[in-house]
Design a protein around this ligand. Structure first.
Ligand SMILES: *Cc1c(COP(=O)(O)O)cnc(C)c1O
Length: 338
């Protein structure tokens, strides 16, 4: 595997920190918990999409694009970061937003929604839930082509083999840090959404025979569907990145117990995880992804899936700008309001 052969833009200086969360580990009385701070990646507000965009934007530029089109939910971190990358490259950016929760798009909304405007989005198309997002982006691309522009479509979450290569690169970065710090972890936990993060890490670990078990915590889909998505994408990514041998189905592990009533909808366990992590470690999680992933880690520890004496690494994939759109959940007890 030689990642240097792929064209890449650089949006982060150096490696993201790898830290021990001593107070949180003490609180849970289980394994030692470490955190990989991908919330501190570059571009406005940081987060995991920055790694994918290093490869995706290099491809867009190589193809002579002048406008990026991408899609996401109304509070999409991916849309914020894609727009920020486009701004930095001097390109325009058009967003197609899916109202996964009916009525949730507010033109003057806060959180990421506000940042779309601050960063100077070229245009926003809002579509109802369950729209074929690729078709909606194609429509937008056709319109822009008629105006003489050169659009480049980035799929939802930046999760194709090219974008997921950003997380193959993360696996390489992380293994170097683990070696430097003499840290031999037993497992890693990450949020599993559009899948590029989970699949890219699997491909990267596989490529270096790291044998680090990776647990994905679903934020949207049921287990069987998500595991199949990750399995397919991990193999496409391994193929693209030149990993060599295929990834086996049994290395793909997803838990869907922490989604709650649905994507982006709050759960009491998410509120607990966000509160506890903020108050014990000063680390800001988010309500849609990392809060639910951390709630999953809390529960897996309480159930004994991970236990004292082990070392577990949590991947912080970012998302804290979305917190501001959910502030009222954290002012009062969520159970009281529901
Ligand atoms: C997109 C996102 C994820 C999920 O990553 P995927 O690669 O889409 O699975 C996790 N956390 C945050 C904050 C995100 O924005």
């Amino acid at each position: 595997m030689n990642l240097a052969k792929f064209p890449r833009r650089r949006y982060t200086l150096g490696a993201t920190p790898l830290q021990h969360l001593r107070r949180l580990s003490d609180f849970l009385e289980g394994p030692d918990i470490y955190i990989k701070r991908d919330d501190l990646l570059g571009l406005a507000g940081g987060g995991n999409k920055t790694r994918k965009l290093e490869f995706l934007m290099a491809d867009a530029l190589a193809q002579g694009a002048d406008t990026i089109i991408t899609c996401g939910a109304v509070q999409s971190n991916h849309c914020r970061l894609t727009l920020a990358a486009a701004v930095q490259e001097g390109l325009r950016c058009h967003l197609v937003l899916e109202e996964r929760v009916p009525g949730s798009y507010k033109p003057q909304g806060t959180g990421n929604n506000f940042l779309f405007h601050l960063l100077g989005v070229d245009g926003i198309t809002v579509v109802p839930r369950d729209t074929d997002m690729m078709a909606a982006m194609q429509d937008a691309a056709n319109r822009l082509k008629q105006e003489g522009r050169h659009p480049y479509i980035i799929p939802g979450g930046g999760s194709n083999a090219l974008g997921a290569t950003g997380y193959v690169a993360c696996a390489v970065e992380l293994e170097g840090q683990l070696f430097d710090q003499g840290l031999n972890i037993d497992a890693m936990v990450c949020a599993s959404g559009s899948g590029g993060t989970h699949a890219g890490l699997l491909a990267g670990f596989h490529g270096s025979h790291a044998h680090i078990p990776l647990v994905g915590i679903n934020v949207r889909f049921p287990r069987a569907r998500q595991e199949e998505t990750i399995f397919q994408l991990a193999n496409q990514t391994a193929d693209y990145a030149g990993v060599g041998e295929p990834i086996s189905r049994d290395s793909v592990i997803c838990f869907d117990e922490y989604v709650g009533p649905g994507y982006s909808l709050p759960t009491p366990a998410m509120v607990e995880a966000v509160n506890v992590t903020a108050r014990l470690e000063g680390v800001l999680l988010d309500p849609v992804y990392t809060g639910k992933a951390m709630a999953g880690l809390f529960d897996l520890i309480r159930q004994g899936y991970f236990s004292r004496g082990q070392k577990v690494l949590f991947l912080h994939t970012g998302g804290s700008p979305a917190l501001y759109a959910y502030a009222d959940l954290f002012y009062s007890g969520w159970e009281e309001r529901a």
